[in-house]
Design a protein. Structure first.
Length: 241
């Protein structure tokens, strides 16, 4: 029997906390709510959280600082809530390893869809049995080893390199489509099921972060290359099995 998802909602707006708590609980989830980062730190040891819904603009310790702290505790997925004007904070949040974001004001049903999508990606659910078996096979590219069954990346030197949920999903999308130009819209759609806006740098940030993990020089990358006016391409031979 699958465990009930335990969601930590961190937002200084009481109406939003109450709304999300009641709404997500009606959807069969367990919710713990905190009014700020200080309270969230206190309740953190009290439960194993499957995902954090985090407002970036809070009094006291900011959502960005709390997201940075969450990353020191493990790879718990984070869905950020941001005002649409806070593009810089949103980009920084993605650089810290947040898995998705949603601008305020938002529709609770859209947030629910984002939460479920992130939880599915993290748990590896979905797809046919044949697809799951194919995804479980080890993947080798450019000297690197990706183990989908364990969601683990190993360097050519045999060192395990930790990946956030978003970094892992981006890498998996690219190794499944090697030597093929993937536009930003295609990547956004494959990763989050929506198209990127004209000023949406989420994909660029994610690629930059993944390059750092792969020790791929951003100024002269050899693995993930930039196609001017096109997007990105994984320039490597991929072997499965």
């Amino acid at each position: 029997m699958e465990p009930v998802p335990h969601i930590l909602v961190v937002d200084d707006d009481r109406e939003i906390r109450d709304l999300l708590s009641k709404f997500l609980e009606r959807q069969g989830m367990r919710v713990t709510a905190a009014r700020d980062a200080k309270e969230a730190r206190k309740v953190w040891p009290l439960g194993r959280y499957h995902l954090v819904v985090l407002d970036l603009m809070m009094p006291g310790e900011s959502g960005l600082d709390f997201a940075r702290w969450v990353r020191t505790q493990g790879d718990t997925p984070i869905v950020m809530l941001t005002a649409m004007a806070e593009e810089t904070d949103r980009i920084v949040g993605l650089e810290l390893g947040a898995d998705d974001y949603l601008g305020k004001p938002f529709n609770p049903r859209e947030l629910l869809a984002r939460i479920r999508a992130v939880l599915r990606r993290v748990s590896g659910e979905g797809g046919t049995a044949a697809a799951k078996e194919a995804q479980a096979k080890a993947i080798r590219f450019g000297g690197w080893l990706l183990e989908p069954a364990r969601r683990r990346l190993q360097s050519p030197d045999g060192v395990e390199v930790p990946l956030t949920g978003g970094e892992y999903e981006l890498l998996q999308v690219m190794v499944e489509r090697p030597n093929r130009v993937l536009t930003r819209d295609m990547l956004m759609d494959l990763l989050r099921g929506r198209q990127a806006g004209p000023f949406d740098r989420a994909i660029d940030v994610a690629v930059s972060r993944l390059r750092r993990k792969l020790e791929d020089d951003g100024r002269n990358p050899s693995l993930i290359k930039t196609v001017r006016g096109g997007g990105y391409v994984l320039a490597a031979t991929v072997e499965k099995g």
